[in-house]
Design a protein around this ligand. Structure first.
Ligand code: DMJ
Length: 611
């Protein structure tokens, strides 16, 4: 007699050829013929197989394995393990739907970090479930215009790009309105706000942007708040420079755009309350003033003021005098410019960073930069000259000399790719450090060249514009860090280095500001493409789903840019406004022959020649 296992084997094979009844009988007979041990072994094996098949990890394995035969989009959704997912092909989306994996809200990245750590689920998989991209454009439109390098732009892409900026503004505004209404700044992640001066800073900074973008409803709501809630009769310390460029500048430009007396009245009120800052032994203003008590003071640790701050309030106070016919405002800021014009301590027209409010002399001399604490001194030299109808030669001469000083002392090229950059000089030592703030310079140089300054200013503007763009495009998020260091030595492969502490991005405007000027004056379509690219990267890495955008800590980590939970008012006041003007392609929308923008992007009229 053959051993039982051989009988079994034969029986199963033969059973397939018989009828169902015969098969059942035969199986049962064979089962009965097995020894107890054999039956137990078979039962145990069957139970084990069932257990293994229905346990979760194996189920997943089996699902993945099985799904590899399905169309790829199913593969993507079937996988639960993020590690596994990385190795699978990207999903193919149904026609007309775009998976925009990179446009993940910033807090989702935050969640994803947590999730990655806990190995729960990947952040990937966010699908924009419409037949348009999130910015309202369709793929064909973007491709069409990006492929077009010949200074042409299609009307369709113009409209789509403009809509994209408008959408960004609306999204930022929604966050402010929902969680920070009437307060200074939105904290979009914590859905709350922060106060600086307690004056509704973001709301005031945004007024003219809404007007320019045609967001009438939003504008009217904000205007109602200004009319009924905004009061400057408050016991608060404000920074003279910041409140001048944002609040006084914002109210003055909104007055010009709308003709509404409300805004001029408010501007006059805040301007007058800021005046005590000029009551110093030297007439160089203090940094801070209490707009309720009228007591002005320097910071607690010094009697110095910052040079950029005391020289970048002139456009606004001069305009206030022109509108109110009260000479005190213009006189105060003109005195500052006159003193600085006559001071020793400049290097080929370049100014130090600090000035003492008692002595009226520069302090901490020997350091020259176009970045923080000096930047807008140069910008306002040129812009005051333009504002006043190009008659005040002192500004023209100081500006021209300063540009020569920049070329002689601060300009260098990086290695290996020869990017032109503006470094810093400290006691004779050159440092290849450049703040993002310096990226206002291409735009200012271009504005000067447009107004008759030497043509080589425009050449330099083009080179620096390219460098500022690289400060974005070479980062993993496509967003610039706050500060970069350029490599000047051969053998190094990277032109741009970023120190760990400098990796943040505060949603600053300077690069898109310069792109706006460069496009207006050259009509080179590349500048608009760069601007649109930057807008997309703001959407990709700084957008918060419940509303608002946030500054981030790390532009080098696209998986976790590390949101800071703060939306600066200048994102709405400047960044999005310049992007709108850049992408609108309408040279008559705030013509640069009629308006001069203050350093917070608030347009003020160039004075008529009879003035
Ligand atoms: C703004 O307040 C102004 O543009 C200022 O001139 C510099 N700092 C911020 C934006 O970066």
């Amino acid at each position: 007699m053959p051993p039982p296992y051989q009988q079994d084997y034969v029986s199963v094979i033969v059973a397939g050829e018989r009828s169902g009844k015969l098969k059942r009988q035969s199986c049962w007979r064979k089962w009965k013929q097995l020894s107890r041990l054999q039956r137990s072994v078979l039962l145990l094996t069957a139970i084990l197989i069932l257990l293994v098949l229905f346990s979760p990890p194996i189920r997943e394995y089996v699902t993945v394995f099985a799904d590899k035969t399905l169309p790829q989009e199913h593969v993507f959704h079937a996988v639960a393990d993020p590690v596994e997912q990385e190795h699978l092909p990207l999903p193919v989306q149904p026609p007309q739907k775009k998976e925009n994996a990179s446009e993940v809200m910033v807090e989702d990245r935050l969640d994803s970090k947590k999730e990655d750590e806990e190995a729960v689920i990947s952040w990937r998989g966010t699908v924009i479930d419409t037949d348009q991209n999130i910015d309202g454009t369709r793929d064909e439109e973007i491709d069409d215009s990006l492929g077009n390098q010949n200074n042409k732009s299609s009307k369709d892409s113009d409209a789509a790009w403009l809509e994209a900026v408008q959408e960004a503004f609306k999204h930022a505004w929604k966050g402010y309105k929902d969680f920070a209404w009437g307060h200074d700044e939105l904290r979009p992640l914590s859905k709350s706000y922060s106060e600086w001066f307690s004056l509704g800073l973001t709301l005031i900074d945004s007024l003219d942007t809404m007007w320019i973008m045609g967001l009438k409803e939003e504008f009217e709501e904000a205007k109602a708040w200004v009319a009924s809630e905004l009061t400057f009769n408050k016991n608060v310390d404000v920074n003279l420079f910041e409140s001048t460029i944002r609040i006084l500048g914002g109210l003055l430009s909104t007055y010009h755009l709308t003709g509404d007396q409300l805004f001029l009245d408010k501007a006059t009120d805040i301007g007058t309350r800021l005046m005590p800052a000029f009551n110093t032994p030297s007439k160089i203003p203090y940094s801070d003033v209490n707009i309720g008590t009228g007591i002005a003071h320097p910071p607690r640790w010094t009697s110095d003021s910052t040079v950029a701050e005391v020289t970048s309030i002139q456009l606004e106070f001069r305009e206030l005098t022109r509108l109110t016919e009260d000479p005190q405002y213009q006189a105060a800021v003109a005195e500052v410019m006159n003193q600085i014009h006559n001071l020793d301590g400049k290097l080929d027209g370049l100014v130090p960073m600090f000035i003492n409010t008692n002595s009226g002399q520069f302090t901490h001399q020997g350091t020259y930069t176009l970045g923080a604490r000096a930047d807008s001194y140069y910008e306002y030299l040129l812009k005051q000259w333009i504002q006043g109808g190009k008659k005040e030669n002192q500004f023209f001469e100081d500006y021209l000399q300063a540009v020569e000083g920049i070329k002689k002392n601060l300009l260098q090229k990086s290695s290996p790719n020869g990017l032109t950059f503006v470094g810093e000089l400290s006691h004779g030592e050159f440092s290849p450090k450049m703040d993002h703030l310096v990226c206002f310079l291409p735009g200012t140089l271009a504005l000067g060249a447009h107004n008759g300054l030497p043509a080589d200013h425009m050449d330099l503007a083009k080179q620096l514009m390219e460098t500022c763009y690289h400060m974005y495009s070479q980062m993993e998020t496509g967003l610039s860090p706050e500060i970069v260091h350029f490599n000047m030595y051969e053998g190094n492969t990277q032109d741009i280095n970023v120190k760990f502490a400098d990796r943040h991005n505060l949603l600053r405007p300077e690069t898109v500001e310069s792109l706006f000027y460069m496009y207006r004056f050259t009509q080179d379509h590349r500048y608009r493409e760069w601007g649109y690219e930057i807008l997309q990267n703001f959407n990709n890495y700084t957008k918060v789903s419940s509303g608002g955008y946030t500054s981030i800590n790390n532009v080098r980590d696209p998986d976790y840019p590390s949101p800071r939970d703060k939306m600066e008012s200048f994102f709405l006041g400047e960044t999005l406004k310049y992007l709108y003007l850049l992408l609108s392609d309408d040279p008559n929308l705030l013509s640069l022959d009629q308006y001069v923008f203050n350093t917070e992007a608030h347009p003020l009229p160039i004075w008529p020649s009879t003035a």
